[in-house]
Design a protein around this ligand. Structure first.
Ligand SMILES: Nc1ncnc2c1ncn2[C@@H]1O[C@H](COP(=O)(O)OP(=O)(O)OP(=O)(O)O)[C@@H](O)[C@H]1O
Ligand SMILES: [Mg+2]
Length: 470
């Protein structure tokens, strides 16, 4: 059933991973290389003979760098590539066990949940064709005039045995079958799409919003089984709905797929994947650094670090799907460490992140590239947004150079917030256009250097102003 599982794991080479990251993140080569190697090592480990495999622990990584230089962005893009259960969390979200808030172990539970969904999705894909066939049959039952479907016929026969041998009824199965095939044909040619049918759908959705409230209020363990318990406790509500034929086909396919999937196997595989190839990114790790017993929100910082230790080291965590050993989960921590230093983390934790990579701060030339090169670059975003108003927005090269200049200058004179400065500068530059766009009608708007100077020069000159506005 899961023959493909190992090869389904990211088979990208480090070079491919880096070049994929290059499409979104400018520079920061060292960090890209480190995460690419770590990801590839997961794949390698799966291919090592079993007795040695268990000995190979992942080399956890800490990414260190000032704010706004791409740490989170690298983690995010890596997530898309990993093809493995992948979770990104903020360390600052957690509190020490015993305090109100989320305990650190919940990140493992979340990872398993993600793993479960991932595997179930794969399974759904696998049984899709079969489920579609079954759904089609059920839909035909619904569409065919009463008395024409096999079920009805069977009932009728059971009711009065005497009629079964009547000559008149003998060729009816054949004709019913023909009608059915005709309908099938029409269904497949989308000729029945206008019709509507009534469906009975199981509906337990109503309970889940309530569950969410539980899970964020710190009653984690309780929540684990509550969901299932309540799910079984309350009767399944079925709701009758009138839907179009295509929609019905979709809903029935989903329902049939559910029936075809072996949940126990999915659960086992989900646990296996989370343990063997799971990746957890812990962002803002510096926010829990600091060893001195501080006051206020600081109290549980060191506690959070201590709680992290066993998880990073390898321990067993109870989840609603079963026990999970965290020994082979890869952890990538990242943080700006502007106030706290990596050495402010408790030593045991430092030791468990053997690979450190630094991300450099970004300069003017990086900004020019960041504005234009990434797949999702700011410029592309603004052009697309304005296009919805019928405006063809064009940036001259000199204008972009100037924007980069300004961003770099404001960063150096006030606070260095990295590439995020580009967002504030661009927003200010295009504020007027953004406001007036709907009134302008279809036209081409060119932003040249003069426009950049006009819109921003005054603010940049005035240090106080730029503190507030940019
Ligand atoms: N090197 C880069 N290339 C392309 N875009 C970047 C780069 N660095 C930052 N950005 C952009 O700047 C914004 C902020 O980046 P990101 O969230 O990665 O910062 P960070 O390093 O995690 O900062 P913080 O320490 O404040 O969390 C994002 O929109 C991102 O796309
Ligand atoms: Mg970040």
């Amino acid at each position: 059933m899961f023959d493909e599982q190992e090869s389904a794991q990211s088979a990208f080479t480090p070079r491919e991973i880096v070049s994929e990251l290059d499409r979104y993140i400018i520079g920061q080569d060292e960090a890209k290389r480190a995460v690419a190697i770590a990801l590839r090592n997961r794949w390698r480990r799966q291919r090592v003979p079993e007795d040695l495999r268990d000995e190979i622990a992942p080399k956890n990584i800490i990414m260190i760098g000032p704010t706004g230089v791409g740490k989170t962005e690298i983690a995010r893009r890596l997530a898309r590539l990993a093809q493995a259960p992948f979770l990104k969390v903020e360390a600052s979200k957690y509190t020490e066990v015993g305090y109100v808030g989320r305990d650190v172990e919940s990140m493992v539970r979340d990872l398993v949940e993600i793993s479960f969904r991932l595997v179930r999705e794969e399974e759904t894909q696998r049984v899709r064709i079969k489920a579609q066939e079954l759904a089609e049959e059920r839909l035909l039952d619904l569409l065919l005039p009463p008395g024409r479907s096999f079920e009805d016929r069977a009932e009728a026969q059971a009711g009065s045995l005497s009629t079964t041998l009547d000559g008149e009824h003998e060729d009816e199965p054949a004709s019913a079958q023909r009608t059915r095939e005709k309908f099938r044909q029409m269904l497949r040619e989308a000729k029945l799409d206008e019709r509507r049918v009534e469906l009975d759908l199981t509906d337990r959705g109503g309970f889940f919003p309530m569950m969410q409230v539980f899970s964020t209020s710190g009653v984690e363990e309780m929540n684990m089984n509550l969901q299932d318990m309540l799910g079984n406790l309350f009767p399944k509500r079925t709701k009758r709905r009138r839907v179009s034929v295509p929609e019905a086909l979709e809903l029935l396919t989903a329902e049939e797929a559910q029936k075809l999937i072996d949940n126990e196997r999915v659960t086992r595989e989900a646990l296996h994947r989370a343990e063997q190839s799971g990746i957890i990114i812990i962002d803002e790790i510096d926010k829990v650094a600091g060893r001195e017993a501080g006051k206020g929100p600081d109290v549980s910082r060191e506690g959070v670090q201590r709680d992290l230790l066993p998880i990073v080291e390898g321990s067993t965590v109870a989840t609603k799907y079963g026990m999970v050993n965290t020994q082979h989960i890869l952890f990538i921590a990242s943080g700006a460490f502007s106030v706290a230093k990596p050495s402010d983390l408790i030593p045991e934790l430092q030791g468990r992140f053997p690979i450190r990579v630094e991300l450099g701060s970004l300069g003017r030339d990086d900004f020019v590239r960041i504005l234009t090169e990434p797949r999702n670059s700011l410029i592309k975003q603004y052009v697309a947004l304005m296009a919805t108003e019928g405006i063809e927005l064009v940036f001259e090269d000199a204008a972009l150079q100037r924007v980069a200049d300004i961003a770099a200058e404001v960063n150096s004179r006030t606070e260095n917030i990295g590439a995020r400065r580009l967002h504030t500068v661009m927003e200010k530059l295009l504020e007027d256009l953004s406001f007036r766009a709907p009134e302008l009608g279809s036209q081409r708007v060119v932003i040249d250097e003069a426009e950049v100077v006009r819109a921003l020069a005054d603010i940049v000159e005035d240090l106080d102003l730029s503190r507030y506005i940019l």
